[in-house]
Design a protein around this ligand. Structure first.
Ligand code: HEC
Ligand code: HEC
Ligand code: HEC
Ligand code: HEC
Length: 369
């Protein structure tokens, strides 16, 4: 009798061990983020924060270069975007771009070293468009990136291909057990933080502009704003957003009413703009580059690598914890530097398909603890 109890006890202990080890090891810290009593706290694990410190460290800026003197366009043959900056600043930006994107490979990653004006390498053609994309983010999306802005480093972090990009997934080979489930459901995937939600939250929202909604706005008649599929997709996107920023749902929502802007935090408004910005980057910049990339860089369905929240954020609520590298490289933002760009490069203002600019609906006092 005793013996079998011991066996059960040991078995239970082992099972508990397995369960506990599947969770994060303590300590866990919490920081109040919303009104008292709303359980709006930011949960962090100092051990994991410390482990990730390296990814979020900011490289030192190169010494400033003289802004006077001849312009790049006056000296070089094939400068289409950065023509208005001084030759010294242009060279400084080339050195910085090399450190940010191709430190191991050097100038030759983008250039035919026999002729720097030559555009024969796809990497140079892509990089030119990337400069324009970066300028657009920094000048047209201050609603999201503020004056902090971004540089190539925000996404690339010393690698030619950013660590976090997405492709359209291949269609599922096997039917899932759930009747009527589509969109790659019930296959726990990293893209949705291992939830059994549709594993491609990106195509519907960061490429297409599907409805992000789950609730009916009125009890009677109960008119759903979003379909069941939209509901599944919405939660999948929210899992990605939380995971990509390293925060929980309450960083943006008061969970009493997810849809209510009045009780949401200001961060939710920033996120709203981030969704539009990411979509714009994918549609205006990444997608048209598909033919420029070699086939081995494309996804299973032949699409180009695209941007999501994690491409810039990499698990931090603000990329690089809010440090601004842009302030040392203003040519990556300045409207002046845009003067040389053909009109086609300037994308239209993002279409606001949302009920109204949520910023306008947000009372200034909302969600102050
Ligand atoms: C990540 C890609 C990339 C890397 C790495 C890079 N460049 Fe460039 N380079 C470009 C792009 C794009 C242009 C064109 C810019 C424009 O059109 O405004 C350019 C243009 C130039 C030009 C002007 C050539 C001409 O006559 O038109 C020079 C000079 C130059 N780069 C030097 C360098 C040097 C030196 C390095 C290494 C320290 C370097 N580049 C590294 C992408 C790169
Ligand atoms: C918002 C994120 C983001 C920013 C900012 C960004 N890039 Fe990129 N970049 C990407 C993505 C996504 C790709 C596609 C990855 C791939 O090559 O398949 C890419 C690809 C590239 C490539 C092609 C690399 C290869 O090996 O295929 C080059 C070169 C490049 N970027 C240069 C730059 C430069 C230079 C800047 C700054 C002026 C910059 N990028 C800013 C996201 C970004
Ligand atoms: C970084 C901020 C942020 C985080 C974190 C976040 N959300 Fe959201 N959520 C938003 C934004 C912004 C919208 C509105 C999107 C739009 O309309 O374009 C939204 C919309 C929603 C909606 C739809 C509300 C409606 O109108 O029907 C639900 C439900 C939701 N979120 C749930 C969640 C859940 C669950 C989590 C955690 C897994 C979460 N959110 C995490 C920002 C966030
Ligand atoms: C091009 C890079 C980039 C992309 C892509 C991006 N963000 Fe951001 N985001 C930033 C930068 C830079 C800041 C910091 C702005 C500042 O200093 O106030 C920021 C700030 C935020 C904040 C405010 C955080 C805080 O603590 O106040 C939220 C929320 C946010 N982003 C959500 C998102 C979501 C959600 C997505 C994807 C739908 C996204 N971002 C995509 C660059 C990006």
């Amino acid at each position: 009798m005793m013996k079998s109890y011991t066996v059960i006890r040991v078995a239970l202990l082992l099972a508990a061990g397995v369960l506990v080890s599947a969770c994060e090891k303590p300590p866990i810290t919490t920081e109040q983020h919303g009104f008292r009593g709303t359980a709006m706290v930011k949960v962090a694990n100092p051990r994991i924060v410390a482990e990730q410190a390296g990814i979020h460290a900011v490289p030192a800026a190169l010494p400033a270069a003289p802004q006077e003197g001849q312009k790049a366009s006056e000296v070089y043959q094939n400068v289409k975007v950065l023509g208005d900056v001084s030759v010294a600043e242009f060279t400084r930006i080339m050195v910085a771009m090399t450190q940010w994107v191709a430190p191991q490979q050097g100038c030759g990653y983008c250039h035919n070293l026999q002729n720097l004006a030559d555009d024969s390498l796809y990497t140079k053609v892509v990089a030119r468009r990337m400069i324009q994309m970066t300028q657009t983010i920094n000048s047209d999306y201050k609603t999201h990136v503020a004056d902090t802005g971004v540089t190539c480093y925000t996404c690339h972090r010393g690698m030619p291909v950013p660590a976090n990009v997405w492709f359209a997934p291949e269609p599922q080979k096997h039917a899932t057990r759930m009747v009527g489930s589509k969109g790659g459901q019930n296959t726990p995937a990293e893209s949705v933080a291992y939830a059994s939600l549709p594993y491609d939250p990106f195509t519907p929202y960061l490429s297409k502009a599907n409805t992000i909604a789950v609730n009916a706005k009125t009890a009677l008649p109960n008119v759903r704003v979003g379909s069941i599929q939209a509901t599944e997709d919405t939660y999948a996107l929210m899992m990605h957003m939380s995971d990509g920023l390293g925060v929980n749902c309450t960083y943006c929502h008061n969970t009493r009413a997810f849809s209510s802007w009045e009780t949401s935090t200001p961060q939710r408004v920033t996120a709203w703009h981030g969704i539009r910005m990411s979509r714009e980057l994918n549609n205006t910049y990444m997608d048209p580059l598909t033919q420029t990339f070699p086939v081995h860089r494309l996804g299973a369905l032949g699409d180009v690598a695209k941007v999501n929240c994690a491409t810039c954020h990499q698990g931090a609520n603000k990329p690089l914890y809010g440090a601004s590298m842009l302030k040392d490289y203003m040519a990556l933002s300045a409207a002046g530097a845009m003067a040389a760009i053909p009109a086609a490069a300037a994308p239209e203002a993002p279409a606001s398909e949302a009920p109204a600019e949520p910023a306008a609906e947000m009372p200034a006092e909302a969600a102050k603890p």
